[in-house]
Design a protein around this ligand. Structure first.
Ligand code: GTQ
Ligand code: FE2
Length: 367
């Protein structure tokens, strides 16, 4: 919105024009012309609500397995969720990297480390382990595996089937902070130290209440990542079943938590699991972005009035401050990744529950 200057005398008008010209030449911008686009009443994310269907992604991943080897340099066979609102940047939302990663039978992805932190949520397959600083973490469908920033990690498929999983990283946040560091490990793979799943064994006695928090968002903050690197689906599912029974509601949510502090699993990333039973959730707005992965089942989400049908393996994004609600006719399980710990740490997290379900104004995918 530009300020009107019609009333100024002609020579003053010329002086003003000269001022703007000289400001531009001096690499200065007058705030008064851009205030309203900078200080918006509410978040105005450039990312749009979007969904990537498994039926589209899966065959493309299979073609990539046949055509593209996993090598040093490229490092990973990963298809990044590219939000069409972000002008071609390979991010699911302004703050979150989300992707589908796959490894064919007997393949491995080389060891490296980087400042961005990552989480893996396993969709399908068996026989893969991710080694994190020497600790080989076996991956099975529904498991959450952490590779905190700065830890060496490589993925190895010791089995005879392809494996597919969701990757979530804080890459866009670390990039925005101009703090990306990357380093290749001297060898293709790390040596596995001792038994597999050492972090899991070390925390075997930790009660479920210290690994899963009921509800959507943690209170505690911790600049350190969780020392427990693996959260098994059998335990997540059992906790969701309990929460659903206790709450009696149509949707139960938990957050995976650092057993040492009760904070999110990584300092920058929060992971959640949600069981949507017959019915669904109330509409909610949150500051910060969320990526959802459909682990199993079918359902519908309404995001800013747009209706998204989803099924097993689909991934979708709820951008900051979008109104979102989730429904299922049967029972469905969703995994979620969000940047909420960062917003909380900075004091800019907000949440609002709406009383009324949204009116549906459009249907995603309908032409
Ligand atoms: O598996 O190490 O999706 O480094 C993006 C960057 C996965 C990985 C991604 C990575 C990885
Ligand atoms: Fe990596």
């Amino acid at each position: 919105m530009s300020v009107e200057h019609n009333a100024v005398p002609a020579d003053e008008g010329q002086q003003l024009e000269a001022l703007y010209r000289d400001l531009d030449a001096a690499d200065l911008r007058p705030l008064w012309n851009i205030t309203e686009q900078l200080l918006t009443p509410e978040p105005r994310p450039r990312a749009v609500p979007w969904l990537w269907p498994a039926t589209t992604m899966r065959p493309l991943a299979e073609r990539a397995i046949r055509l593209v080897p996993v090598e040093r340099g490229g490092e990973r066979r990963v298809l990044s969720l590219t939000n069409p609102g972000l002008g071609g940047r390979p991010y699911a939302a302004g703050t979150l990297w989300g992707a589908l990663q796959c490894l064919g039978p007997r393949e491995s992805a080389p060891a490296h480390r980087h400042s961005p932190g990552a989480i893996r949520f396993v969709l399908e397959g068996e026989g893969v382990w991710t080694t994190v600083d020497g600790d080989a973490c076996d991956m099975r469908p529904g498991d959450l595996v952490l590779t905190p920033g700065g830890c060496w990690h490589d993925h190895a498929n010791g089995g005879d089937s392809a494996m597919f999983w969701f990757d979530g990283l804080d890459l866009p946040m670390v990039e925005a902070l101009d703090a990306i560091f990357f380093e290749a490990y001297p060898d293709l793979q790390q040596r596995v130290e001792g038994q597999h799943n050492r972090s899991e064994t070390a925390h075997a006695g930790t009660p479920a209440a210290e690994r899963f928090t009921a509800g959507q968002v943690e209170e505690a903050l911790d600049p350190a990542p969780s020392p427990l690197l693996v959260y098994r689906w059998s335990e997540t599912s059992a906790r969701l079943a309990e929460l659903l029974a206790e709450g009696g509601g149509p949707m139960a949510s938990l957050e995976f938590t650092n057993p040492r502090s009760g904070a999110s699993v990584l300092p920058t990333l929060a992971c959640g699991a949600h069981r949507v039973a017959r019915g669904g959730s109330v509409p909610v707005q949150r500051s910060g972005n969320t990526v959802y992965v459909v682990f199993q089942g079918t359902g519908t989400s309404v995001i800013d009035g747009r209706h998204f049908d989803w099924q097993t393996g689909d991934m979708f994004v709820v951008p900051s401050w979008s109104v979102a609600e989730h429904h299922s006719e049967g029972q469905a399980d969703l995994f979620s990744l969000s940047d909420s710990p960062v917003l909380r740490a900075l004091g800019v997290y907000r949440e609002r529950v709406l009383a009324e379900p949204q009116a549906v104004t459009s249907v995603f995918g309908a032409s």
